[in-house]
Design a protein. Structure first.
Length: 94
């Protein structure tokens, strides 16, 4: 596409473990990453790893099966991070 630029920031749900964690760590080398997971401690660990490796990352708690939790996450991101360019909706719902 003409006139578009690569995303500079991404929100990854389910980023506390597995594929989400691996994706966050990899993209954290070149993008700002919002690490979202229902396990906040796991999200914080991943965000800390990204920051220690020279990237920018924020951890946020979210349960994607709960509308209120998603709304709270979005409010937190808007307040602390600002705009996010991309989304990797990786979290599953049982």
């Amino acid at each position: 596409m003409t006139g578009t630029s690569a995303p500079r920031s991404i929100l990854i749900t389910g980023a506390g473990s597995g594929i989400g964690r691996a994706t966050a760590r990899r993209l954290g080398r070149r993008m700002e990453v919002v690490v979202a997971d229902r396990n906040l401690a796991a999200a914080e660990t991943v965000a800390d790893e990204i920051v220690k490796n020279g990237g920018q990352a924020w951890a946020v708690a979210v349960d994607v099966s709960q509308r209120e939790s998603v709304a709270a996450m979005m409010e937190t991101i808007a307040r602390t991070v600002g705009d996010v360019d991309a989304l990797f909706s990786n979290a599953g719902i049982n």
